[in-house]
Structures are given as structure tokens and as C-alpha cells.
Design a protein. Structure first.
Length: 303
């Protein structure tokens, strides 16, 4: 019997219930504060993946998952004990930095994402425990038990990976929330208001069609314009603070340079789409800077 295409699957229904439950909320705040309290310094942005242009955690988990899957294959072949044991140990070693990157990302998520992410982390912690027990059994010569624990660990890793996929593809955790701007903004110049109506040094929201912009007028008359929705979690940059030529997102603290949209500090891993501006008969017009090379060079914002 074919499944009803108009009804969601059981797995999706269960995960959506997890998104909406408040049973885990009591631990979310303390865990978030604990992650924020970690003395990571500049390594925090590196763990977010700002240097990479997208989250580093999905890339980092490939090492332990690949090692453990390879170990499972070797466990099914004769004469491969040493190789399988080595791969189990490699996976355990690589799991630590991957988990740290995941926790750093998790602390800057929305509450429904945090709920799913917490169960995702719990599954992975369980898998690490199973693989640690597997390695211990192997080293003690209890190879049958070690293999069984390894297969159990791989099964739990699969559950955790499924939840991670839901986070990324269903809940849009870690994606660039400003990616659609070049697709929806029409080319050419667009009026965004009179220069006299823009307060000096204060962020305001204006629109190009349906796309909201953060607009900031400098004391000298130069006008900066960025896509208003933060690339990290779509926070309203027009409600942020302007400091030293940058805007700080009010939701999670990502910092973007007004002149070119560059993400100076995370958790955002993608820069903001930037708009060139000009002054025509007292009115400010803006157009999207579409080429990255053009966006990151110094251009005049007013004429």
C-alpha cells in the first residue's frame, strides 16, 4: 500500500513535535550560558566556520562518521582487527572538536532549533559512549562485544545524523538567510527615500521592493545600505547598534562592516549583501552590488 502523499510521515511528525515541545526548555538556558562561558576567544569564530564561509561542524563530523563506517566494514572482514580498532579510535579523537563546533553553533540557534539540536547532541554523545566502550572491549580481547557495541554506535550516529539533517534542511540552521537577496532584487537603481529624512549615524529600515534594507547616513553625507535581515538568523540589523563603521546584530551579535557587508565577527559565516548608493536631486537611490570583488573594494556611497 502506497503512503498517503497528503499526510506527513511518522518520522517528520515526531520531529516536528520535538520542535514544539517545552519539556526541554529548562536546560536550554543553562547550557547556552555554559557554552558562552567557554574561554574560546577568537577560536569561537573559527569553530563557527567564518573563515570557511559556512558552518564548519557539518564538515568536521565527516571524519568520525567516515572512520566509524569504515570500521564497521572492516569488522565484517576477516583479518582486519587492527585497522578496525584504529578507525574506532580515530573517530573518537575527531568527535571532540566536531562536537565543540556543534555546541558553539547550537548556542546561537532559535529555541525550536535548540530543542532538536539538544536531542541531536544527546544521540551523538550516546554514540561516543558506545564507541568508547567498543574500543575498551576490543583492547581487552572481547572482540565480539566490541563489534556489537560499534554497530550499535553507528546506528545511534545515524539517528543523530538524521536530526542534524532536519536542523539544516528543514529548520534552516546554519544556512545563509540573506542568500535570496540577489534573486529577488531587480537590477538597477531604486529610490529609498530623501536624504533629509535619514538621521545621521542611526540605523533605519528602508525597502527596495519587498526587500528590507539597513540604511545608515554618516555625518559627511555618505550613505551605506545593506540587506537588513542578518545572514545568520535573519535578525533585523536596522535594530542593531552602529559602532566604528559596523553594525551589530541585535539577536546574536554578528558584526558586519557597513562599507562592504563583510562579516567582521560571527556567529554569521556569510557577509551581508551590500548596496551601492547615490544621491539624485536630494533623494537616495540604491542598487545591489552583485559581484563579490566589487562589493569588497572601497566605493563612494554618495554623489
Amino acid at each position: 500500500m502506497l503512503p498517503d502523499p497528503d499526510r506527513p510521515g511518522r518520522v517528520l511528525t515526531a520531529v516536528e513535535k520535538l520542535e514544539g515541545t517545552s519539556r526541554l526548555d529548562g536546560v536550554l538556558g543553562p547550557l547556552r550560558r555554559a557554552v558562552y562561558a567557554l574561554p574560546l576567544g577568537g577560536a569561537r569564530d573559527a569553530l563557527h566556520g567564518r573563515w570557511l564561509g559556512h558552518p564548519a561542524h557539518p564538515m568536521m563530523v565527516q571524519v568520525p562518521i567516515g572512520a566509524w563506517m569504515s570500521a564497521a566494514v572492516l569488522d565484517l572482514l576477516p583479518g582486519q582487527r587492527r585497522g578496525a580498532d584504529t578507525l574506532v579510535g580515530l573517530g573518537l579523537t575527531a568527535a571532540a572538536p566536531a562536537a565543540l563546533a556543534g555546541w558553539v553553533d547550537w548556542a546561537d540557534m532559535r529555541k525550536p532549533q535548540m530543542r532538536v539540536g539538544l536531542v541531536h547532541a544527546a544521540a551523538n554523545i550516546t554514540a561516543v559512549g558506545l564507541y568508547a566502550a567498543s574500543l575498551n572491549a576490543r583492547l581487552r580481547g572481547r572482540r565480539g562485544l566490541g563489534r556489537l557495541l560499534g554497530f550499535a554506535g553507528l546506528t545511534v550516529v545515524g539517528v543523530g545524523g538524521g536530526l542534524g539533517g532536519h536542523l539544516a534542511y528543514r529548520q534552516a540552521a546554519g544556512v545563509n538567510h540573506a542568500e535570496q537577496v540577489p534573486a529577488v532584487v531587480e537590477p538597477g537603481w531604486h529610490p529609498i527615500g530623501d536624504l533629509a529624512d535619514l538621521p545621521v549615524g542611526e540605523p533605519v529600515r528602508r525597502h527596495v521592493g519587498e526587500t528590507p534594507l539597513l540604511v545608515v547616513r554618516e555625518p559627511g553625507g555618505t550613505v551605506h545600505a545593506l540587506a537588513d535581515r542578518c545572514s545568520h538568523m535573519a535578525g533585523p540589523l536596522s535594530r542593531g547598534k552602529i559602532v566604528d563603521g559596523c553594525v551589530r546584530c541585535p539577536w546574536h551579535g554578528s558584526v558586519f562592516r557597513l562599507s562592504d557587508g563583510w562579516n567582521v565577527r560571527g556567529p554569521a559565516t556569510s557577509p551581508q549583501p551590500v548596496f551601492e548608493t547615490r544621491l539624485v536631486d536630494g533623494r537616495v537611490e540604491a542598487r545591489l552590488v552583485s559581484e563579490p570583488a566589487e562589493a569588497h573594494r572601497s566605493v563612494p556611497r554618495s554623489a
